[in-house]
Design a protein around this ligand. Structure first.
Ligand SMILES: NC(=O)c1ccc[n+]([C@@H]2O[C@H](COP(=O)([O-])OP(=O)(O)OC[C@H]3O[C@@H](n4cnc5c(N)ncnc54)[C@H](O)[C@@H]3O)[C@@H](O)[C@H]2O)c1
Length: 273
């Protein structure tokens, strides 16, 4: 049986770096992105690197597209590795779009791929250090809402639980990524029964189109970089190396965990507090 890998957000940044690393580990690699030109270029660049790379153009907030992706994966073979790196950051959308792309679409993708999971299947989702850096006191109520992102009325319930800052894109991003960490914890219990695993990675400031954009537009980023013990932004290939480890058999006892890959930024902030 052929082994299938899926990388979302494969057209840019961390997803592109993950696609490059995963191409040597599976027979078929589905490269997913809503940017058609970028994902086609990535598939062309990876030709001859091992896996047969197939571009799959989709907006992951579209439930039908996600169902098609699961069907394509099933048709190609046994699902082995999934790296879900598609996402948007605070300066890239409204609070509503951020929650839909970063949390609701993640939950829908995990739900659609669940029936394909079998012994050895491993999934990595991308959260963020934003979900580690300071949450407000409404956390308990908000987390209960975050735990059901596919419920009718989810966005309204989120606004009610988080309160007046809920519609701030930065706040929505942090809560969406907190929701991803919690999704991974819950899903690990379900997937474990099939011998499958799921983890999240929380990146710090990473040199990608998204990371550079946030750095340029958010004044706090320079201060955060200054206190980061490694004194620099991370590289996409440094995140891809961790993702590759987590989907490999070397990580066969790691599941339900969030791995912080931030150059020590959160540790430095916690120590200063
Ligand atoms: N770069 C950073 O500093 C940083 C920090 C923390 C977390 N992250 C997270 O890491 C992940 C990867 O980020 P990146 O820096 O590579 O970003 P990026 O913007 O460079 O790449 C993201 C890719 O996702 C695709 N995408 C966005 N929305 C989509 C959708 N609805 N459907 C399908 N594809 C979609 C984009 O077209 C793009 O190709 C994201 O989840 C991001 O939130 C990044």
């Amino acid at each position: 049986m052929r082994h299938v890998g899926i990388v979302t957000g494969a057209g840019s940044g961390i997803g592109a770096a993950c696609a490059q690393q995963l191409a040597g580990t599976v027979d078929v690699l589905l490269l997913v992105d809503l940017d058609e030109a970028a994902v086609n270029a990535r598939a062309a660049a990876l030709a001859g690197r091992g896996a047969a790379c197939e571009p799959f153009v989709a907006d992951l907030t579209d439930g039908l597209a996600v169902a098609d992706l699961a069907a394509r994966s099933r048709a190609r073979g046994t699902l082995r590795s999934v790296v879900h790196a598609a996402g948007i950051s605070p300066t890239m959308g409204t609070w509503r779009r951020i929650l839909e792309v970063d949390l609701v679409a993640s939950a829908r993708l995990v739900e659609a791929l669940r029936p394909l999971a079998t012994t050895g299947t491993a999934i990595v989702c991308f959260a963020s250090m934003a979900a580690h850096l300071g949450m407000d006191p409404s956390r308990v109520a908000a987390e209960a809402v975050l735990d059901d992102p596919l419920a009718d009325g989810f966005l309204e319930a989120y606004c009610a639980a988080v309160g007046e800052t809920a519609r701030d894109p930065g706040t929505a991003y942090a809560w969406a990524k907190r929701g991803v960490q919690r999704l991974v914890g819950r899903e690990a219990i379900t997937l474990g029964r099939a011998g499958a695993r799921i983890c999240s990675i929380s990146p710090g400031m990473i040199e990608t189109p998204m990371g550079r954009r946030e750095f340029e537009q958010q004044p706090l980023m320079q201060a955060l970089k200054d206190v980061t013990p490694l004194r620099r932004m991370g590289r996409a290939d440094e995140l891809a190396a961790v993702a590759l480890f987590l989907v490999s058999d070397d990580a066969s006892y790691v599941t339900g965990a969030d791995i912080l890959v931030d150059g020590g930024a959160c540790a430095a902030v916690a120590t200063m507090r």
